[in-house]
Design a protein around this ligand. Structure first.
Ligand SMILES: [Zn+2]
Length: 295
């Protein structure tokens, strides 16, 4: 589904510590499509070994851009400190995508300006057939708030997130990484957040086994993961994106031979559908869920 681009609901402004960012110019309800954009550069990373040779591929692509696009590329923020300016810009701004099951890095002149947050209010949804990215507000956003997506997986610990973000050349100071007012409180809140994330990760790992052999523990894990995600992301108002994953696991648990519970499956499928509409729009995927529920 291509569709037309929505009216612009954000503007670019300086973002403290992050160069520039995109800020809402109006109140935006959850589920709103913010932007649909085709990448200006795509590099097939599976053809590029070692990955350091992205610079070689980039050097071939840049001269093929129009002068306007090339200027816009060089105006993007640069977090890294490599000597190669173009490579720094690309690494700081490209998103991983897949086409025909193959990994690529894709750079967007507008979408790449969404900064990272570990409590993101913007989801990305890549359409491999149309090769375009849609960006959705996953919660209600107030006028003046920064719109942020994520580069590091939010469901990792503080240290894991920062380790990955360091490879992109920056340190995250989002509200989850720097919570609270004072150092002591910050350490305590980070430790509590990490404990929730680690508990979630171990439940997610164990669920694969429980789904096959232990229906009660599988069901318990799904409700515990829902609680953990709500506790971790609810205070930032961005739990929807992560609940979508938990509800998908609930649906899978309901369909497992050792559980096989139609009502349970239906309950989680309905809730997953609500989250899909918010985080990925009411498109072909949502329709396929409605067909499943109607059958
Ligand atoms: Zn962060």
């Amino acid at each position: 589904m291509t569709g037309s681009n929505p009216p612009c609901m954000f503007e670019m402004r300086p973002s403290p510590g992050c160069g520039y960012g995109l800020y809402a110019t109006q109140d935006i309800p959850q589920g709103t499509l913010l932007l649909r954009e085709t990448p200006v550069i795509q590099i097939k990373t599976e053809d590029v070994e070692p990955l350091d040779e992205v610079d070689v591929a980039l050097a071939k692509v840049l001269p093929t851009l129009s002068p306007t696009d090339r200027d816009a590329f060089h105006a993007l923020s640069r977090a890294g400190r490599d000597s190669d300016e173009a490579l720094d810009i690309f690494n700081s701004n490209a998103f991983e995508v897949q086409v025909d099951g193959m990994d690529r890095l894709a750079l967007f002149l507008t979408g790449s300006r969404f900064n990272h947050s570990c409590a993101p209010n913007v989801n990305r949804d890549w359409d491999p057939d149309e090769q375009c990215m849609s960006f959705y507000a996953i919660c209600d956003v107030k006028q003046g708030e920064e719109l942020c997506t994520f580069y590091a997986r939010p469901l990792e610990t503080y240290a894991e997130r920062q380790r990955y973000l360091t490879t992109l050349g920056f340190v995250c100071h989002c509200s989850r990484c720097d919570p609270g007012e004072e150092e002591g409180e910050r350490e305590r809140l980070r430790a509590e957040s990490d404990a929730r994330v680690l508990e979630y990760q171990s439940m997610e790992d164990a669920l694969e086994g429980h789904k096959e052999t232990d229906a009660d523990r599988a069901r318990q894990s799904v409700s515990d993961m829902e609680r953990l995600v709500t506790e971790e992301f609810g205070p930032y108002g961005v739990a929807n994106l992560f609940l979508r994953g938990v509800y998908a696991m609930g649906r899978e648990v309901g369909l497992c031979p050792c559980v096989w519970d139609k009502e349970y499956t239906r309950h989680y499928t309905e809730r997953e559908l609500e989250m899909i509409v918010i985080c990925q729009g009411d498109g072909a995927l949502a329709q396929s869920y409605r067909r499943f529920l109607g059958s």
